[in-house]
Design a protein around this ligand. Structure first.
Ligand code: PMP
Length: 313
């Protein structure tokens, strides 16, 4: 074998801004209690796999899937009470967010995130060569409407990208803060509701879509729907957003099996979500017990995880 580097130009240098990048991803460990990726521990209902297996022969895998995923988007639209033209689907909400940054970010454009915030946002910004600016949350994890407004006025972002409930804290962003960021900016305001099904009723900002034309609500099947292995996420927004995402999506980006599985899951939504009450009750029980120790600070959470702070190293 020749020594590496012997032939000049044997390796193509990666983009300069990627050279020091370590691939993103939490460790995937084979341990009895896996907490680090905020999945649901329980598998999907057995009836789901049975129904999916029954319907597999419907798939014409020699053909490309429906490029526009119309049946699945119709089912999601019905669930949300929003028009199909304003619903889009992709491989997990991460791909939804990537497509949004590809379409509305890019060189010379800025995305505003919260600090702390979901650790994938800086990665998406870097991949799409979008500048990252941040607004600090209060010590208790909240975002006051005046602080939110001041941040968009100062940074003039093209995109605002905020998770509610927040990852890693679990706190919700108040509706007034979302409205402030929308009304005081020209930005696309993306609220990432990956964990919203674990939050109290009325927490979602879907109801603001009518009055906030630049609002985008992003959701996923990975958390409360217990289908992280499927890779299915979606958004609700004005139809022009969906039209713009068509410009950056790969053709046939969402495979036929995922489209069918999403449809089947939505057909039995109640069975999928019936574990939520248990997760929320357990979250509160564990939080109270951890707090009672006296040596940990435990933030109140509206998600399916808790953030702990300890004085001890
Ligand atoms: N948003 C937030 C806040 C998350 O925590 C996650 C997953 N950790 C995602 C989006 C992405 O989830 P997925 O791509 O599985 O839909």
């Amino acid at each position: 074998m020749r020594a590496v580097g012997h032939v000049s130009g044997e390796r193509v240098p990666v983009r300069e801004d990627l050279a020091a990048v370590v691939p993103y991803g939490a460790p995937q460990l084979d341990v009895p209690v896996r907490l680090n990726t905020n999945e649901t521990a329980e598998p999907p209902p057995a009836a789901f796999l049975e129904e999916l297996a029954r319907r597999l022969p419907e798939l014409a895998l020699n053909r490309y899937p429906d490029r526009d995923a119309l049946a699945l988007r119709d089912a999601i639209a019905l669930r949300l009470g929003w028009a199909r033209e304003g619903v889009w689907v992709a491989n997990g909400s991460n791909e939804i967010l990537l497509q949004l940054l590809l379409a509305y970010g890019g060189p010379g454009r800025r995305v505003l995130v919260t600090r702390p915030g979901y650790s994938m946002y800086p990665e998406l910004a870097r991949t799409t060569s979008t500048s990252l600016v941040a607004v600090d949350l209060e010590a208790d994890g909240t975002l006051a409407p005046e602080v939110a407004r001041a941040a968009v006025e100062r940074h003039d972002p093209d995109i605002v990208l905020v998770a509610s409930p927040n990852n890693p804290i679990g706190t919700l962003v108040p509706h007034e803060a979302v409205r402030s960021m929308h009304d005081a900016s020209r930005a696309l305001v993306v609220i990432d509701e990956a964990y919203v099904e674990f939050a109290p009723e009325g927490s979602s900002v879907l109801e603001l879509l009518d009055t906030c034309p630049r609002l985008v609500v992003s959701r996923t099947f990975s958390k409360a729907f217990r289908l992280a292995g499927l890779r299915l996420g979606y958004l609700a927004a004005r139809p022009w957003v969906v039209d713009d995402l068509q410009r950056v999506r790969l053709p046939y980006h969402l495979d036929a099996l995922t489209q069918l599985a999403g449809l089947v899951a939505l057909g039995m939504e109640d069975a999928f979500l019936d574990h939520r009450a248990t997760v929320v009750a357990e979250r509160e029980r564990v939080r109270a017990a951890l707090e009672a120790r006296g040596d940990l600070e435990v933030a109140p959470s509206s998600a399916n995880f808790l953030l702990l702070r300890s004085e001890r190293p």
